[in-house]
Each structure stands twice: as structure tokens, then as C-alpha cells.
Ligand binder design. Structure first.
Ligand code: HEM
Length: 258
């Protein structure tokens, strides 16, 4: 009976619906903590004395980072689950690539590109560097010598964290816009030509890559310089994130409007 009910729910579109619901729950957990780190914790830590900060890193930041990185994993998994369920009725279309050539497909593909980059930043940059910061705070609390490399590790993690904040607004525009705005019939092309798609992707990928390379320190290093202006305060990151939304919206609109 239970199995039959589950099959009924899924056949009525419940698989896509509950994946979508779970995706938003874990997505807000991840991005909510990202905003907490950027808008609350970093400015507060800057005003604390070293002993209080080390204690907060040990007891508070370490816990927040646990929820942060596992919420990121669940966000990716539930996002993939929506994709698999919602095109269930027409899997051939999803896997043949035709879906990805539509305006909606291009919208969600852009959102996923940004979200996967943010996911890689969490697991390959922010977390490995934060582990060093936490280990140092615990060691100093226990009376050990401070690790001279901890500050540089914190800085590398902070650049990636601010870059994730910058990407997040555009990423969410495409996540939400796929079903609610960027679709043919709403002023966008029914079938973008291969030329349209190439123009869009070349520009979209160049912008994405420049920002990510900058966050990794590959353009101007990790110090304070002109290209790292956007990472020096959460206000600068917010301004840059807003500008990026306008740039990607203008690109999508100009290339793909019908
Ligand atoms: C790699 C990671 C991700 C994947 C694979 C993914 C995938 C998806 C897919 C397939 C959709 C449905 C699009 C449609 O309407 O057709 C979606 C929607 C959405 N995603 Fe993601 N996503 C990812 C990351 C994120 C993140 C980090 C957030 C942050 C909160 C997020 C929030 C949302 C929201 C709010 C929607 C809109 C739900 C709706 O319109 O009903 N996603 N995502």
C-alpha cells in the first residue's frame, strides 16, 4: 500500500515537487550560512580580541561550517534530483541535449555552472583553509604556538567566500528564473540558433572564468589590489554581486529575446 502511494505521488509529479521543496530547504541553509559568514561573522570577528575570536572559531564557526558544507552537498544532490524527476516524462529530450538548447535549459545550465563553482569553492578552497584556521585557534587556546600560515589560509578562504556571495545573486536569478521568467513565450526565443547559443556561452563563460580566476588569486594575487577590491568588504561584494546580476541579465536578454 505504502509503495503504491509513493508511486502514485511520483507519477503525479511529486518526485519533482518534493525534490524542489527539499532543494529550496537545503539551498537556503547553505546560502543563509554563506550570508551569515560574510555579513555577520567576519565583521564581528574583526572587532573581537584574539582570545574571544579563537574561542568563537573553535565553538561557533566550526559548527556553522559543518552545516554549511553538508547543506552544499545536499543542495547539489536535490538539484540533480529535480532534473531527473521533472523531465521524467520526456527523458530522451533531457539526455539528447535538446532541453539544454532551449532558453529554460540555458538558464538552468548557467545557474548550475555558478552553483557548482560555488560548491567547488566550499569544498576545495574554503573548507581546507578554514580547517587550518580552526586548528590554529584550538592550538593557541591550548597554549600552543600560533601558526604563521593561518592568516594567509584565512585570506584565501575569505576571497572564495566573498566570490561565492558575488555569484549567489546571479545563480539565484537563474534558479528561480528557469520556471518563472526565462522561458519561450515570455518574450524569449522558442529555439535559439546555434549562433545565439555560442555567443551567449562564450561571453557567459569568459565572465564566470575571470571572476573565479580572480578569487583564486590567479590574476592579481591574494593581496590587496585593484582586482581584489570587490573582496575587501561585504559592501563591495554586495555592489559587485548586483552589477553581475545586471550584466548576466543584459547578456541573456540581448542575445535570447524573441
Ligand atoms: C549544483 C547545484 C545545483 C543544481 C544542480 C540545481 C538545480 C536546480 C534545478 C534543476 C532547478 C529547477 C529549475 C526549473 O525550474 O526547471 C532548480 C531550481 C531552484 N534552485 Fe537550484 N540547483 C543548484 C544549486 C542551488 C543553490 C545553491 C540554491 C540556493 C538557494 C538553489 C536554489 C534554487 C531555487 C530557489 C530554485 C527555484 C525553485 C522553483 O522555481 O520552484 N539551487 N535548481
Amino acid at each position: 500500500m505504502v509503495v503504491a502511494d509513493v508511486i502514485l505521488i511520483i507519477s503525479r509529479g511529486g518526485g519533482a515537487f518534493f525534490s524542489r521543496w527539499a532543494h529550496v530547504v537545503v539551498g537556503i541553509t547553505w546560502i543563509g550560512l554563506l550570508y551569515y559568514f560574510n555579513f555577520v561573522q567576519v565583521p564581528a570577528f574583526a572587532e573581537m580580541d584574539a582570545a574571544a575570536r579563537n574561542n568563537a572559531i573553535d565553538k561557533l564557526a566550526s559548527r556553522a561550517l559543518w552545516w554549511f558544507r553538508w547543506a552544499a552537498v545536499l543542495t547539489v544532490l536535490t538539484g540533480l534530483s529535480i532534473l531527473l524527476f521533472q523531465k521524467n516524462a520526456d527523458k530522451a529530450q533531457l539526455f539528447s541535449g535538446d532541453y539544454w538548447k532551449s532558453v529554460s535549459g540555458m538558464s538552468i545550465a548557467t545557474g548550475i555552472l555558478l552553483a557548482l563553482t560555488m560548491f567547488a569553492n566550499v569544498w576545495l578552497v574554503i573548507w581546507p583553509n578554514q580547517k587550518k584556521v580552526i586548528a590554529n585557534a584550538r592550538n593557541v587556546q591550548a597554549g600552543g604556538e600560533a601558526d604563521p600560515a593561518a592568516a594567509a589560509a584565512g585570506r584565501r578562504g575569505a576571497l572564495a567566500s566573498r566570490q561565492n556571495t558575488i555569484y549567489s545573486f546571479t545563480m539565484l536569478m537563474f534558479m528561480v528564473g528557469t520556471a518563472h521568467f526565462f522561458y519561450s513565450g515570455n518574450g524569449f526565443k522558442a529555439l535559439p540558433s546555434s549562433g545565439d547559443r555560442a555567443t551567449y556561452w562564450i561571453i557567459a563563460i569568459v565572465i564566470w572564468a575571470l571572476f573565479e580566476a580572480n578569487a583564486l588569486g590567479w590574476i592579481g594575487g591574494t593581496g590587496q589590489n585593484v582586482t581584489n577590491w570587490m573582496y575587501e568588504s561585504h559592501k563591495n561584494a554586495l555592489i559587485t554581486g548586483g552589477v553581475l546580476v545586471v550584466i548576466y541579465y543584459a547578456l541573456f536578454y540581448l542575445v535570447l529575446k524573441s
